[in-house]
Design a protein. Structure first.
Length: 354
């Protein structure tokens, strides 16, 4: 079967859970999942325990990544209610600032406009601000970023209302970029009866018209990012279901299926998963870093044989037509189609102080 070679993917939105959530995932397991999925660089979110809200915690987290990660990792800092006047000092070593305007897993949330305004005002325009801003609050967040002339990246756009707001802002000339997740491109709330707690995610799975709007406006989308958010099977079966879905190992199979079916071109997929993320977050190049993929033969995704510690995927049993055959990072084969060959600590930590 002929294979194709594309650049290693950059996933700008993952939760690798270290420190504090190591029973769900850690840098070694999460970056193994990345390499098995053809992802050679990840940007790791700050809603860990404790959250990454100070320069010291950022440095400690980068130390954990340095000894455990198997692919390259950038680390976010998070906006909190009490770090608006200090966190900008950490900007040189962070990949970006994450601001949670809506509530989700973990305590990080900036829930008043004055505080949000201060965070946006203080953060330097040389590094990105990433906002979790759903529905009506998105308009207000765009207005604040525009007023302070700061570039802003909107995480996991999930509805027609949101993508249409971003299209309008882009057409006005605002410096806004955005990402969509594979789960919002593939699943809808119609899948919830089947998935139960394994379909619980923020933003929630939306309607078929929302999903259609994301595909329809894909030219205005900058990145495909997984929001890889693993939780254990026991936690998903508990009375207090944490929202979040793993995604690192299923993105290429799902998106290559869209290529196979003529809904996406390979060139556009490379822009969404490599060249746009690299440019938007100003990431260093990864020479000789490629993924060999096979498109065509159909098979079913499965909960078995995954690298992620959580051990499940919301896409189990879905038929796909794409597979990662091999991942090469800086000239070295780090995934051979079955096994991850890169050892913990072989990945690089981006923007870290040396
Ligand atoms: O469903 C989600 N889970 N959405 C988020 O924004 C956070 C994530 C998590 O950390 O589990
Ligand atoms: Zn997230």
């Amino acid at each position: 079967m002929p294979t194709l070679t594309i650049p290693g993917l950059i996933d700008v939105h993952v939760h690798l859970r270290q420190p504090g959530g190591e029973h769900k995932e850690d840098y070694a397991s999460g970056t193994a999942a990345a390499l098995a999925g053809g992802v050679t660089c990840v940007l790791d979110m700050p809603n860990t325990t404790p959250p990454t809200t100070t320069a010291e915690r950022l440095e400690a987290k980068q130390g954990l990544a340095r000894t455990n990660a198997r692919c390259d990792v950038g680390v976010f800092v998070g906006a909190s209610i009490d770090n608006a006047d200090e966190i900008a000092a950490a900007a040189p070593h962070a990949c970006a600032l994450k601001i949670y305007v809506n509530s989700t897993f973990g305590p990080l949330r900036v829930d008043n406009w004055e505080l949000l305004d201060r965070h946006v005002a203080n953060w330097p325009a040389t590094k990105m601000i990433v906002a979790h801003a759903e529905g009506d609050v998105l308009d207000r967040v765009l207005e604040i970023a525009q007023r302070h002339a700061k570039p802003i990246h909107i995480a996991h756009v999930a509805t027609r209302q949101e993508i249409e707001m971003i299209v309008a802002a882009k057409e006005r000339g605002q410096r806004v970029t955005c990402e969509v997740t594979p789960h919002h491109l593939v699943l809808t709330r119609d899948d919830l009866p089947r998935l139960g707690p394994f379909g619980d995610v923020r933003p929630r799975l939306a309607g078929p018209d929302d999903r259609a709007a994301l595909w329809q406006h894909l030219d205005y989308v900058d990145c495909i990012a997984t929001d890889h958010a693993p939780h254990s099977i026991d936690e998903k079966h508990s009375d207090n279901v944490p929202p979040g879905l793993p995604g690192l190992e299923t993105t290429l199979p799902l998106m290559l299926t869209a290529v196979d079916e003529g809904r996406l071109t390979l060139e556009r997929l490379i822009a969404l998963t490599r060249t746009n993320p690299e440019r938007i977050f100003n990431l260093p190049p990864q020479p000789d870093t490629t993924v060999e993929v096979e498109i065509g033969p159909r098979y079913r995704l499965s909960n078995h044989g995954l690298q992620t510690k959580c051990g499940w995927t919301p896409f189990a049993e879905l038929e796909v037509a794409g597979r990662v055959v091999k991942t090469v990072l800086r000239g070295r084969t780090v995934f051979d189609g079955e096994r991850v060959l890169a050892e913990p600590g072989s990945g690089r930590v981006l923007f870290a102080a040396e």
